[in-house]
Design a protein around this ligand. Structure first.
Ligand SMILES: [Cu+2]
Length: 239
């Protein structure tokens, strides 16, 4: 029985180890950029081909004398149908190919890595209120450690807002009565701008904030400090 269990565990480890190694974190920002590049190349090729053919036709079939009249060749029925259907399928194939790539990127956006820091976000006219797992709060400034996937679970206490983080290629609406989420993968310490992307009233354009990505040790220090302040505050007011 023991031997069987050990053999099973060994077998599982053999399967699980390569899987774990393969499960590196997919970065939504990278995936988005790759998709964007692919779209540009795709439409770039189509542009060059069609502009080239168009220019060549203009030159080839130019009018050579003021009284010249063209004669249009008549297509057979099969040729006419072929000219309509074959290009249609060629373009549809390209569209489906891009749609499949887009679907892949969407799945990365929706699939949050298990090893993440989850922060609550309440948006309001006009501010962003963040709450960390242990109750630490911050307004308009979100401090996060570099190298850790960050998930925001968000809702709105009044109207529809939209949390937009251009540097990380993510944006998601926050709505009253509903919880939505987004995640991003900060790698490089620094300050990144965030702004509301849904017109939400008079001060909408002032509804900006910062995401401050800190080296992990600096983040831990800040987080520890804030937690202690929070605990001290609770005891003081509790007495
Ligand atoms: Cu807003």
């Amino acid at each position: 029985m023991h031997r069987l269990r050990r053999a099973l565990a060994g077998g599982l480890a053999l399967v699980a180890l390569p899987l774990a190694a393969a499960a590196e974190i997919k970065n939504p920002a990278r995936a988005w950029d790759a998709l964007w590049r692919e779209y540009l190349i795709d439409v770039g090729i189509i542009f060059v081909v069609f502009a080239g053919i168009g220019a060549w036709f203009m030159w080839r079939y130019r009018r050579r004398s003021p009284d010249e009249q063209g004669t249009a060749p008549r297509l057979s029925r099969t040729a006419a149908v072929g000219w309509a259907v074959i290009p249609m399928f060629a373009f549809m194939a390209d569209d489906f190919y891009l749609a499949a790539k887009t679907w892949n990127v969407w799945n990365i956006y929706r699939d949050v890595p298990a090893d993440r820091l989850e922060i609550k976000l309440d948006s309001a006219m006009w501010r962003w209120d963040f709450t960390y797992p242990n109750g630490v709060k911050a307004t308009n400034e979100l401090r996060v450690p570099a190298g850790k996937p960050i998930m925001l679970r968000m809702t709105s206490i009044d109207v529809v807002h939209s949390f937009y983080l251009p540097d990380f290629r993510v944006k998601e609406d926050s709505m009253p009565g509903r919880v939505t989420y987004l995640w991003f993968y900060p790698r490089t310490p620094g300050e990144y701008v965030t702004t509301c992307a849904e017109f939400c009233g008079m001060m909408h354009s002032k509804m900006t904030g910062k995401v401050i990505v800190l080296p992990p040790e600096q983040f831990s220090a800040w987080y520890g400090d804030e937690s202690r302040k929070l605990a001290a505050g609770k005891t003081a007011s509790g007495g």
